[in-house]
Design a protein around this ligand. Structure first.
Ligand code: FEO
Length: 398
């Protein structure tokens, strides 16, 4: 079996992108990203998803390597976000008789984005496409990550083409399947990808997982990152926990600070938590930290401590930005503590408390509010906050 043949008659033809610096123009890609595309070769040939258009010629090169001058009969579109769909128009020019396969919402977007409305095949939930020797069955999974998203199941090979679900940032380091590369390189990036891109859609992801639970999946072919075989169960479990917003034991301390006074409080709280034996602890200065890394760890851990100064009578902007990212994703059930500071009129501590109330988070200790410099008394109150929080964490773990 060649390295591109994931299962008999199923070939990888995707591409790596190690030059784009920000995914969706927002999220950094320190390890790059892959846009995955797959050929299913029966008596008729289907291509499942395409790649970002700047890499379209590489996709075509990869297709030609696999099937030479044979035509593609069907292009199955699981997801229309342009990182996967923007090569559709070029492929249609190359393969004019190719039928574009998608559900009604998908095909409306194909026309809306690319002006293509003919040679299409509309499929509904559960429909089957017979390729001759292999079949593809379509399962609609709306809002994982857009309304039109669906997954495609090949029962003869027990392969699920899962769209963005089970995807991760990180280009493919040589191999394609998880036994051909080091999967440990991807776990953190999978969490960050989920938190940044899919994190708002926990309920639809849960619905999709229930819908797919009966399938005897042996291979997961997502649109980003490795093809999962050996680690497929771990990947499904991780997505299940992330989409339930389940936090594991650990604390994120995220703070803003203009001149270092609020930072002293953050450091003091983190140090006291560590001295109390609580952990792991991740500390982020929000003026410098990458938001998607902070979000990743807030998805991961069950306890969050946030602090920041009052700025123009409101929250310090980097702190406000973090709260907006959290609110947009509706992250529930976090244990929360907070601290704030001001010079002449306090607002940040009050606003952080109000935010926790809106999120219905569990607030287990009294907030610390500091005026101007961090005094010895302020430091003692930070110690008390951390000790009370640690006691609660230990009590909950019993
Ligand atoms: Fe990778 Fe939602 O697109």
């Amino acid at each position: 079996m060649s390295i591109t043949e994931i299962r008999p008659d199923i070939r990888y033809v995707g591409v790596n992108d190690r030059t784009t610096t920000r995914f969706e123009g927002l999220w950094p890609l320190p390890q790059g990203v892959s846009y995955n595309s797959y050929l299913v070769v029966g008596e008729r040939i289907a291509l499942v998803d395409t790649v970002e258009e700047r890499f379209g010629s590489r996709l075509v090169e990869n297709i030609r390597c696999e099937i030479g001058d044979r035509a593609i009969d069907y292009l199955v579109i699981n997801h229309m976000e342009p990182d996967h769909s923007s090569s559709i128009a070029a492929l249609r020019r190359l393969y004019p008789s190719m039928r574009i396969v998608g559900n009604a919402k998908t095909l409306q977007m194909v026309e809306g984005f690319y002006g293509l409305a003919d040679h299409t095949l509309t499929v509904a939930d559960g429909d089957v496409l017979d390729l001759g020797g292999l079949t593809l069955r379509f399962h609609l999974t709306p809002m994982v990550h857009w309304p039109e998203t669906m997954v495609t199941w090949c029962p003869e090979r027990r392969v699920l083409f899962s769209g963005d679900a089970f995807g991760t940032f990180g280009a493919l380091d040589g191999g394609i399947t998880d036994s051909e590369l080091d999967p440990d390189r991807y776990w953190d990036e999978m969490r960050r990808y989920y938190a940044a891109i899919v994190g708002k859609y926990g309920a639809p992801v849960q619905k999709a997982l229930s819908k797919l639970a009966g399938l005897p999946i042996e291979t997961i072919c997502p649109t980003h990152g490795p093809v999962w075989q050996r680690e497929a169960a771990r990947v499904v479990d991780l997505y299940d926990r992330m989409s339930r917003y389940e936090g594991e034991p650990g604390v994120v301390v995220a703070y803003g600070s203009m001149y270092g006074n609020t930072e002293r409080a953050a450091e003091r709280i983190a140090r006291t938590l560590a001295a109390e034996g609580v952990g792991p602890i991740r500390v982020y200065n929000l003026s410098y930290a990458e938001p998607s890394e902070v979000l990743r760890d807030i998805f991961r851990f069950d306890t969050l401590v946030v602090g920041g100064p009052t700025y123009n009578g409101a929250l310090f902007p980097p702190v406000r930005q973090l709260l907006d990212l959290i609110a947009a994703r509706g992250i529930p059930r976090r244990r929360f503590a907070w601290f704030g500071s001001f010079t002449w009129a306090g607002a940040s501590a009050r606003l952080l408390g109000e935010f926790a109330g809106q999120m219905k988070w569990e607030c287990v200790c009294e907030a610390v509010e500091m005026k101007q410099g961090a005094t010895d008394d302020d430091c003692r109150r930070c110690d008390a906050l951390a000790r009370a929080l640690a006691a609660h964490i230990k009590q909950a773990a019993r």
